[in-house]
Design a binder for this molecule. Structure first.
Ligand code: MN
Length: 363
């Protein structure tokens, strides 16, 4: 049985254990975004999920909320000290949820540009420790495609973050396909990151206190990924690379059932939305998706996902600052794998999927 409680070892950066540790789902926000969110909260905008999530973090006086809010805004002393203490060499930063996805379209476009500029500045100030993913104003596809080009080719960002649903709409919607086409053409990954469930699915979760990271985020985000699969997006854009956190939001657990039920639904023609695909659903989940261990440091889960999707698709993430527990790094350091497997998980797959500059990390 994989240990729950890791051995007390010293966590250090610089690769002394045989690999660098690259954390790939690390949250951040600039003050401009905080100001936009505060205004939305005051005006009652953004929906119940936005108020549950951002309303909590921006008003709670709990130690946890204060920790999260202070660290989200920091790409200097506080964050670096936490990374050092946890042995994290390099963090791939992205605009925290809901990012621009809860904003009115024009504001989303405007805020994406500012956020990408700020993130690129933070990465340029410390390329050894930080890379970043671009955010886009998804509801204005023409502008989003231009911003993608600027963010990747001028600002040097390494991919795109999409904080799941876009005011209740999903990337399976053909309105967003020009953006997906451009992301595929750029050959960068898109990190499909959780956010609060959309307005039409949140109420029963909210009344149970299950709308957040404990469960609601995962069911909303896994549904989003599955909608991408069943809508045929990946037949149209077969080279699209999608990264899912939290060990794939539990999708790998369902592979057999997705294939079985999808086949039956295609045959019965029960739903307009369920059409024949070139591959089985599980094939796409093993061809177009990569998986990170954000918030899921538990060995049995990681080993299971590696077994069913392939060890070359599973990599490390922390989910800082929402989840900051150095012992979770130890748990993953002490998994029963060869050194080469650990290097693949912590270093080689992140470097390869996000096109990171390994030399910059060690300079
Ligand atoms: Mn996260």
């Amino acid at each position: 049985m994989t240990q729950y409680t890791p051995q007390p070892t010293k966590l250090e950066t610089s690769g002394g254990q045989g690999y660098l540790r690259v954390a790939t789902e690390e949250a951040w926000w600039p003050q401009e975004v905080v100001a936009v969110y505060r205004g939305m909260l005051e005006r009652g905008e953004g929906g119940p999920g936005f108020h549950s999530l951002i309303g909590h973090y921006l008003t709670s006086q709990s130690d946890r909320a204060k920790f999260v809010v202070s660290r989200l805004a920091d790409t200097g002393e506080l964050r670096l000290a936490d990374m050092d203490a946890a042995g994290v060499d390099h963090a791939v930063l992205s605009l925290t949820s809901p990012g621009t996805n809860s904003l009115e379209p024009a504001l989303g476009t405007q805020v994406a540009t500012i956020a990408n500029d700020r993130l690129a500045e933070a990465c340029a100030a410390n390329p050894a420790r930080f890379s970043g993913l671009a955010t886009l104003g998804f509801e204005e596809p023409d502008s989003a495609v231009k911003e993608l080009d600027r963010a990747i080719n001028q600002l040097g960002l390494k991919g795109v973050v999409c904080n799941s649903h876009i005011r209740g709409r999903y990337l399976s919607d053909t309105a967003f396909w020009p953006i997906l086409e451009a992301i595929e053409a750029c050959d960068v990954p898109i990190y499909l990151h959780p956010q609060t469930p959309n307005d039409s699915m949140i109420s029963t979760l909210l009344e149970s206190g299950l709308d957040g990271a404990i469960f609601g985020f995962a069911i909303e985000t896994s549904m989003h990924a599955l909608k991408i699969v069943t809508s045929g997006v990946l037949d149209r854009f077969p080279k699209l690379r999608i990264v899912l956190g939290h060990m794939g939001e539990a999708l790998p657990f369902w592979l057999y059932r997705f294939d079985y039920m999808h086949k039956g639904q295609v045959v019965s023609k029960r739903y307009e939305a369920i059409k024949p695909l070139e591959l089985t659903p599980s094939d796409y989940l093993k061809r177009n998706f990569w998986y990170t261990s954000s918030g899921m440091p538990w060995g049995p889960t990681i080993d299971y996902v590696r077994k069913v999707v392939g060890a070359d698709r599973v990599m490390y993430a922390m989910d800082y600052p929402y989840e900051y527990a150095p012992d979770e790094v130890r748990m993953q350091d002490q998994l029963d794998w060869t050194l080469a497997e650990k290097k693949m998980f912590f270093e080689d797959i992140p470097v390869s999927v996000f096109g990171l500059d390994r030399d910059a990390m060690t300079s």
